[in-house]
Write a protein that binds this ligand. Structure first.
Ligand code: NAG
Ligand code: NAG
Ligand code: NAG
Ligand code: NAG
Ligand code: NAG
Length: 476
């Protein structure tokens, strides 16, 4: 459907009228927000451009310069786009850049673990280095560099692919020796190359989906084996003088990550004490409950990898790639699992699948409805924000709310029902006359700014949310 500008203006005016309607039917949904009851701190939102996807952004398939800038602004610019503050890099283990491989900084086997390593640095890192530079220019705050695997020669199967363990972890010896220290040195050297080139790596990870022997780069580990390596890595970081935090372990599903915790928590000097964030993915099981740890938790990867291509559907039937599906995943993860971060798999790539938030097709930049669902959170819920208590009286109208470090309260309401709803919101402690700025995403609109509302006495305001829509209310 193509609408003229006039049609669009008409629709928008009609919608603004509905969203700001003052009358109060009896079916009104009550939403209450209490900024005095606070939960986890937010670290941010983002995605990865690993496996050479960063090169797609820089024109690998001919994306013109103007649209390279457009996609960077959509991903990382807080005013123009989603303002993502976390980038998850892949630390390569490959000996070449063929296919979509991420090349290693130590492509050649030094022979034995204690031998002097021959590190190489190309200032490119499969496009991820220039991407990190561009992202930092626009407001990135967290660069999580995560290795899918150690180089093959450090592993029990002598291969970066097809599973295998890091030589030297519990019950996994190798004829070539114990490579744990060499791997720790290698990861720290990656961060040092970035640092020396003016880009700060903030977090290091050393596993990706360690429950699963993939045909591509990956490495197996349970919690005990991860703990073995965390101890070595923590000492190595301390000696290096670099300001680096450790994340672990990017389990393939939330339950798989939960299952790694006993190993990380065991012993008189538990590895968990050296970890900043416990990281898990959403594939095999979703983040719907808090992990059994008092550490921060991050959902570091999830995507619809197999559903039909639904880039511009916010809601049709709740399909796995639809915008509302992801708005709900983010809300449940932050609210019910208490995560401090939520990352999709790929930010932007040249493909016609749902595995990225933005598709780059025939020179064009096509943000999906999933992207706008992310932006409804990430633009207004900034690093340092705290989640605050929020309730809704209707099960179809789900709510989450956050108080930013600067005091701005951002509340996300998802109307996951067939009917438009009238809502009556109270934000505790909010003065009367405070401007509330609503933004809407649904099948028709992408993060559309609606007419501001003013809070009344005791922080009350009223609005209407159309069926199958997400509205973020930002109270300045
Ligand atoms: C490079 O890595 C590939 C895949 O792991 C392996 O098959 C190949 O033998 C390696 N080449 C060299 C020169 O080490
Ligand atoms: C992890 O695997 C090792 C080696 O098989 C085993 O000794 C250890 O008990 C396992 N740890 C956990 C927490 O299951
Ligand atoms: C994306 O890649 C395909 C080939 O896989 C190509 O036909 C298409 O033109 C590419 N898109 C862009 C934006 O260059
Ligand atoms: C850039 O992408 C937009 C769509 O996002 C498209 O309309 C425009 O033609 C592209 N620019 C160039 C120079 O190809
Ligand atoms: C929720 O929405 C469904 C579908 O639109 C509807 O059948 C149901 O009555 C709604 N539930 C409530 C509590 O409003």
């Amino acid at each position: 459907m193509t609408l003229s500008i006039i049609d669009n203006l008409f629709l928008l005016n009609a919608l603004v009228a509905r969203v700001t309607a003052a009358s109060a039917p009896s079916s009104r949904v009550s939403v209450s927000v209490n900024p005095h009851i606070q939960f986890q701190e937010v670290d941010g939102f983002g995605a990865s451009q690993a496996f050479q996807r960063a090169e797609d952004i820089f024109g690998e398939y001919g994306l013109p310069a103007i649209n390279q800038t457009l996609v960077l602004n959509l991903l990382y610019d807080e005013d123009f786009g989603a303002g993502f503050t976390i980038l998850r890099n892949g630390i390569g283990s490959s000996n070449s850049s063929e296919s979509n491989f991420m090349n290693s900084i130590e492509p050649t086997n030094p022979g034995v673990p204690g031998a002097k390593p021959h590190y190489t640095w190309d200032h490119y890192n499969s496009g991820q280095f220039p991407l990190a530079q561009q992202a930092y220019k626009r407001g990135l705050q967290t660069l999580y560099a995560d290795a899918w695997s150690a180089p093959g020669y450090m592993k029990t199967n002598d291969d970066e692919n097809n599973g295998g363990y890091l030589c030297g972890v519990t019950n996994e010896p190798c004829a070539s020796g114990n490579w744990m220290q060499a791997y720790a040195d290698y990861l720290v050297q990656y961060a040092r190359f970035y640092q020396e080139s003016g880009v700060r790596v903030t977090h290091l990870g050393f596993l990706n989906e360690p429950q699963f022997a993939a045909t591509y780069a990956g490495m197996l580990s349970n919690g005990t084996q991860a703990a073995d390596f965390v101890h070595v890595l923590a000492k190595t970081i301390k000696k290096s003088g670099l300001d680096l935090k450790i994340n672990c372990c990017d389990g393939i599903g939330w339950d798989d990550q939960e299952a790694m915790l006993p190993g990380l928590q065991a012993g008189p000097d538990p590895a968990i004490d050296y970890i900043d964030a416990v990281t898990g993915h959403g594939y095999d099981s979703a983040p719907t409950y808090p992990l059994s740890t008092n550490k921060k938790t991050w959902l570091t990867e999830w995507a619809d990898l197999s559903g039909g291509y639904t880039p511009f559907t916010f809601y049709d039937n709740g399909g796995p790639g639809e915008g509302m599906t992801w708005a709900n995943h983010i809300q449940v993860s932050m609210r019910d699992a208490g995560t401090s971060a939520f990352l999709y798999w790929i930010g932007a790539e040249n493909s016609t699948s749902n595995s990225a938030l933005i598709n780059l097709i025939n020179n064009e930049v096509q943000p999906s409805k999933r992207f706008w669902a992310f932006a409804q959170f990430s633009k207004f819920v900034r690093p340092g924000a705290r989640r605050i208590e929020a309730y809704s009286s209707n099960a179809n109208v789900t709510v989450s709310s956050f108080k930013n470090y600067n005091g701005v309260i951002a509340t996300q309401l998802l109307n996951q029902g067939d009917a438009d709803v009238e809502i009556s919101v109270q934000i505790g402690g909010l003065k009367s006359g405070v401007p509330i700025q609503p933004f809407i995403t649904n099948n028709e609109y992408d993060l559309e700014r609606l007419t501001p509302i003013k809070s009344a006495k005791d922080g009350f305001f009223q609005a209407q949310i159309p069926a199958w829509s997400m509205v973020s209310f930002v109270a300045v």
